[in-house]
Design a protein around this ligand. Structure first.
Ligand SMILES: *Cc1c(COP(=O)(O)O)cnc(C)c1O
Length: 370
């Protein structure tokens, strides 16, 4: 890694994968070790506490070698017995929903338009019909920048449990919230919370992290056909020894150990505050400099994710053209996702970025927009 590479940190603002610090990348070049030995357990023991701190839980956080979608599938296989209600308001929540029938379970959808959040009262009304044993929800859908009111949605699920007398597990994709927002797994009563390495944790892609409530584990035990690769009962048993069910992506574990040291040093709450500051700066820019050029924030005020912003473009501008123009100047942001590809651009202000780096990006964006 040369000095030039390091001085250029701060130009890559995709909402995943996010930019990775050179020292974290360097950690991956360490030689291999046996994955069943004491050395391996020591590495996983070291990240155990910091991961629980990020997930705001006293439960262990399992480390899976897959992208986040792997643990989304694991959530369904271990958490849905027969029928789920899926909350859809963007591309990733639609994927979570589609995984339910893909895993042979029934699904019903509570959908709101992309760019909107779900309503706790409406969720309760859906659940009152009965017959649901799980709910899937994406906290921060990375196609729209909307932050769902997760604490209130969790409260609605608990209320539905009391009314129907049925156990309804809440399965949460926190891929672009965990590590960049305070996602209170224990306090809010989430039954399964998952994220991936390449978003707010600012690691390379390839690891997924998930924590299960005790009743999620009991549910998993009661489902014989829960598959093998993402069998949470096995993850739990192995984690007690600080091991993983299969050969882990060892080089990524080295990066994880390094990054968890850095996150522990910064502090989870300080990390969240840094994300908040970047997000507020981004929204303020869109509403002043951006508004003069016809731009607006897609997500409504009060329901915006602190990790990334989807910005609506005026009719004459196309997302891919804006990202290409920035690319020629050496800066990376994302075009819109799915059906918002042309009409929006997305800035990932998450991971290890700072307010100063974001300011520099916004200056470039102003020049590109003219
Ligand atoms: C990126 C992302 C995913 C999928 O992650 P992969 O690691 O690509 O499988 C799922 N949900 C959300 C909200 C995401 O941002």
């Amino acid at each position: 890694m040369t000095d030039t590479d390091q001085s250029e940190f701060g130009r890559f603002f995709l909402p995943g994968p996010t930019e990775v610090r050179p020292e974290v990348l360097r950690a991956m070049t360490r030689p291999m070790i046996g994955h069943r030995g004491a050395e391996m357990s020591a590495l996983l023991r070291e990240v155990d506490g910091p991961l629980r701190a990020v997930f705001r839980t006293t439960r262990p956080v399992y480390v899976a070698s897959s992208s986040a979608t792997g643990l989304m599938e694991g959530a369904i296989r271990n958490g849905v017995r027969r029928r789920a209600l899926s909350l859809v308001n963007g591309a990733f929540s639609a994927r979570f929903r589609d995984l339910v029938p893909d895993c042979g379970r029934e699904v019903e959808t509570y959908e709101v338009p992309w760019g909107e959040a779900h309503d706790p009262g409406e969720l309760l009304r859906h659940l009152r019909a009965g017959g649901f044993d799980a709910v899937t929800v994406v906290h921060s859908d990375t196609s729209t920048g909307v932050l769902n009111p997760l604490r209130d949605l969790a409260e609605a699920v608990r209320a539905a449990e009391r009314e129907t007398g049925e156990e309804i597990l809440l399965l949460v994709d926190g891929v672009t919230s965990v590590g960049g927002a305070l996602v209170e797994m224990d306090e809010w009563g989430l039954d399964f919370l998952l994220t991936g390495s390449q978003k707010a944790l600012a690691l390379p892609p390839g690891l997924a992290f998930g924590a299960a409530s005790p009743r999620m584990l009991r549910r998993a035990e009661s489902i014989p056909a829960r598959g093998q690769y993402f069998d949470l009962v096995e993850f739990e048993a192995q984690w007690a020894k600080h091991q993983t069910p299969n050969t882990p992506a060892l080089s990524l574990i080295y990066a994880l150990v390094e990054q968890m040291r850095r996150i522990r040093e910064e502090g989870v709450e300080a990390r969240v505050a840094r994300h908040r500051e970047m997000a507020e700066r981004c929204w303020e820019w869109v509403e002043t400099e951006g508004a003069r050029r016809g731009l607006s924030v897609l997500a409504p005020e009060g329901l915006r994710s602190p990790t990334h912003t989807a910005i609506v473009l005026p009719e004459h501008l196309k997302g891919p053209r804006v990202t290409a123009a920035l690319g020629e100047r050496g800066w990376t942001i994302a075009a819109g996702y799915g059906k918002l590809k042309d009409s929006t651009i997305r800035i990932g202000h998450m991971g290890d970025h700072t307010r100063a780096e974001l300011d520099a990006l916004l200056v470039e964006l102003e020049e590109v927009l003219g």
